[in-house]
Design a protein around this ligand. Structure first.
Ligand SMILES: O=C(CO)[C@H](O)[C@H](O)COP(=O)(O)O
Length: 227
C-alpha cells in the first residue's frame, strides 16, 4: 500500500503543531533536519522534534540531512521519531548506526543523494527498514523532480525483490500529482511531498489524492504483481 508523508519543510514554521494536525490521515509526517553543513540550509533539531511528537498522533519520519548522523540519529529516536533516515554520504559506520536506531526502537532508513548509486550498498539492505532515494538535490523544497532518478528507483526495487526484503522504498523531492505515478510505477511505495501538500488549499485532501494516484499506478506496475 502506498504511503504519503507530507514534508513539514513546506509548512508554516510559526504554526508547526497546527500544520502537523492539518495532515492527519497521512501515514507519517516527514521532518527535514538540516544543519547548514551537509546541505546549504538550516531547519530544526531535537527539541522541535520532541515538541512535534507530543503535538501530533502522526508518527514522525525524520530525515537527517546533517553531518555526523552517527552521533545525532539516536537522539532523534529518543525525541520520539518512529523512523530515522541518515545519509550514507555522511555516516561513518552505516551498519552500526542502522542497528543502533533499530535497537532503540525506531525504523532505520538510509538515504542516497542523486549522484550516489545504490549498487555499492546492496549488502546493507537487510539492515534497513527503508531506503530513501532523493529525487532532488537535498536542501530545499519546491524543486523540480529529477526524472533521471527513475532508473535508480527501478534498479533498487529489483534488488529489494531479488533479496526478498520487506524494505520500504521512499522517494523525496518534486513528488506531485504529475510525478507520483511515475515513481510508483518504477517501484517506490513511500512518497514524501512538501509543496504538493502544504501548497494545496486542502492539505489532507491532497494527501488522499496523491495516495489514490500512487495506488492506481502501483496496481498496474509489473514490480507489484503478487504483492
Ligand atoms: O528533503 C527535502 C529537501 O531536501 C524535502 O523533503 C523535499 O524537497 C520536499 O519538498 P517538495 O515536495 O516541495 O520537493
Amino acid at each position: 500500500m502506498a504511503q504519503i508523508n507530507p514534508s513539514i519543510l513546506s509548512a508554516d514554521f510559526s504554526r508547526l503543531a497546527e500544520e502537523a494536525r492539518a495532515v492527519e490521515g497521512a501515514d507519517w509526517l516527514h521532518v527535514d533536519v538540516m544543519d547548514n553543513h551537509f546541505v546549504p540550509n538550516l531547519t530544526l533539531g531535537v527539541p522541535v522534534v520532541e515538541s512535534l511528537s507530543r503535538a501530533t498522533g502522526t508518527p514522525l519520519d525524520c530525515h537527517l540531512m546533517i553531518e555526523d548522523p552517527d552521533r545525532w540519529a539516536p537522539q532523534y529516536v529518543e525525541a520520539g521519531a518512529g523512523s530515522v533516515t541518515f545519509h550514507v554520504e555522511a555516516a561513518a559506520a552505516p551498519v552500526r548506526l542502522a542497528r543502533e536506531i533499530r535497537a532503540k526502537g525506531a525504523r532505520a532508513s538510509m538515504a542516497l543523494k542523486p549522484a550516489t548509486p545504490i549498487e555499492p550498498f546492496e549488502d546493507l539492505l537487510p539492515e534497513l527498514d527503508m531506503l530513501l532515494i532523493m529525487t532532488v538535490e537535498p536542501g530545499f523544497g519546491g524543486q523540480a523532480f529529477l526524472d533521471i532518478m527513475l532508473p535508480k528507483i527501478r534498479r533498487t526495487r529489483e534488488l529489494i525483490s531479488k533479496h526478498g526484503l520487506e524494505l520500504w522504498l521512499q522517494v523525496d523531492g518534486g513528488v506531485s500529482a504529475s510525478t507520483v505515478e511515475r515513481c510508483a510505477e518504477a517501484g517506490a511505495d513511500v512518497f514524501v511531498a512538501g509543496s504538493a501538500v502544504y501548497g494545496a488549499n486542502d492539505p489532507a485532501a491532497a494527501v488522499r489524492s496523491l495516495r489514490e494516484s500512487a495506488e492506481r499506478a502501483t496496481a498496474s506496475a509489473a514490480w507489484a504483481c503478487g504483492h
